[in-house]
Design a protein around this ligand. Structure first.
Ligand code: PMP
Length: 460
């Protein structure tokens, strides 16, 4: 049995019970795992749908060009459908999106224009405006505009909704999803509510987006809009595909919680998924916890997970990026990540045959109070300010003595993968310092004060 084309593999994604998360809740918690789509995301469903709609209406003719503003995933869906059907693709995206997404679009043969994120939607430089302008300039082109195109929500009404109804045998009671264009939540929500008006639709929004507040108050509050890191969800505009009347409740999640939950899903559930999935799960678990007393074992909750972790390797799955953005918990930070951005590649060290005068010079020049003593790449001892001082007081010509005669015990060596919450015990020695192994087989020194500053950065 084979598929006639890659397009026939879109949809019919698995519905999977979570292994541990939410297991202590009275209800069943399931995830609709959309990275099984050929372009790696839920948006494959709408790429094909918008193209077929345009073909049927004569808006897209053979040899035509598809132009769209996309955070990346819709582009992949459009590009795959474009390849199968012979259309050229030009996409605009923002510099906020992870480079992996742009690489995927280019790998699929699309031209990509990266536009600034932090400009108003009606600014001529915004990715919305550039896409709209190009669609006017380029002949025989089609601009789907996923935000407002009815085929977007319709695709979910025709596919995602019925799949969930069938996969749960009509038992679904709650559907939880983030919204960007709103196509997923509105199309799926409309279908499910038509089947059973009691199905609860829970929206999840990143702080910085205007949606949750708009749903609560009906007011478009500019003051709610500010930059956030979570990609693909939340908006600074009201998309026509977003039907707020279908949403029964809205929860908001901050970036750090989203990123940490994304990583937990990979580690604890084996679900290597993207940021908006972490956001949806964090929001869902929050909401379910708050409504625990209303839930029973009859309740079947579905959380939609839009895309794959491969799109975020340089971000959420990169310790450095997580640390720089203050998204890491101490428990997930490693010793190596603390010393990784030192300006000097190699640890400042002295050899056993160096003189104390040379060691003093190195310590003064680099403003450090202790140096490891290395011989042929091995740690053989350490020299502290206190050790040097004792020597100088005891003997006037100590400056010419070899380090070997003045050095103390070597600093403990700690593997770079040791977590920060395990470090205080290792730093208990009299020197208050350890040597951390680096990826190139070398060492970096890590002191108590390094640990304190790293933890201060994490919690700030
Ligand atoms: N998550 C990601 C990663 C996305 O790219 C998108 C689409 N922008 C969404 C969620 C939201 O889906 P929708 O546009 O259907 O609301």
């Amino acid at each position: 049995m084979w598929s006639d084309s890659i397009l026939d593999t879109i949809g019919n994604t698995p519905l999977v019970r979570l292994l541990t998360l939410g297991r202590d809740l009275p209800c069943t918690v399931l995830a609709k795992v959309e990275f099984f789509n050929p372009g790696g995301s839920v948006k494959d469903r709408i790429g094909l749908a918008m193209i077929e709609d345009a073909e049927a209406k004569g808006q897209l003719k053979p040899g035509g060009t598809i132009i769209e503003g996309t955070s990346g995933n819709t582009g992949a869906g459009l590009a795959i459908a474009g390849i199968a059907k012979g259309y050229r693709c030009i996409f605009t995206t923002t510099d906020k999106q992870s480079p992996e997404k742009v690489d995927v679009l280019r790998a699929l043969g699309a031209e990509v224009i990266v536009c600034p994120t932090n400009v108003a939607p009606d600014d001529p430089r915004s990715y919305y405006s550039v896409a709209a302008r190009l669609s006017k300039e380029i002949p025989n082109s089609f601009y789907p505009n996923q935000y407002d195109h009815p085929a977007n929500a319709d695709a979910h009404y025709r596919t995602t909704g019925p799949e969930l109804w069938e996969q749960t045998e009509g038992r679904i009671t709650h559907f939880v999803a983030g919204a960007g264009t709103g196509g997923t939540i509105s199309g799926t929500g409309r279908y499910l509510k038509e089947k059973n008006a009691d199905v609860q639709i829970i929206g999840v929004d990143p702080y910085g987006s205007v949606y949750a507040e708009y749903w609560r108050t009906g007011e478009f509050k500019e003051s709610e809009i500010y930059p956030y890191a979570t990609e693909g969800v939340g908006e600074d505009i009201l998309a026509k595909n977003m039907d707020f009347s279908l949403v029964d409740d809205y929860v908001q999640v901050d970036d750090a919680t989203t990123m940490q939950m994304t990583r937990r899903l990979a580690r604890e559930e084996g679900l290597f998924i993207g940021q908006s999935c972490g956001m949806a799960v964090a929001g869902a678990l929050d909401w379910l916890e708050a409504h625990r007393s209303d839930l029973t074992d009859e309740d079947v909750v579905v959380i939609l997970l839009p895309d794959s972790g491969f799109r975020y390797l340089s971000k959420t799955y990169n310790d450095e990026w997580m640390r720089r953005n203050g998204f890491l918990e101490a428990a997930t930070l490693t010793a190596r990540s603390v010393v990784a951005d030192r300006s000097s590649d190699a640890v400042i060290a002295v050899g056993p045959e160096s003189t104390l005068a040379q060691a003093i010079e190195a310590m003064t020049e680099h403003g450090i109070s202790q140096v490891p003593v290395l011989e042929d790449g091995e740690v053989v001892g350490s020299l502290s300010e206190r050790g040097v001082l004792d020597r100088l007081l005891a003997s006037p010509d100590a400056r010419d003595h070899a380090v070997r005669d003045a050095m103390g015990e070597p600093l403990p060596v700690v593997d770079g993968s040791v977590r920060l919450d395990e470090l205080p015990n290792r730093l208990d020695g009299p020197t208050g310092a350890v040597l951390v192994t680096t990826e190139d087989g070398g060492f970096q020194i890590l002191t108590r004060s390094d640990l304190i500053s790293a933890l201060a950065r994490v919690s700030s």
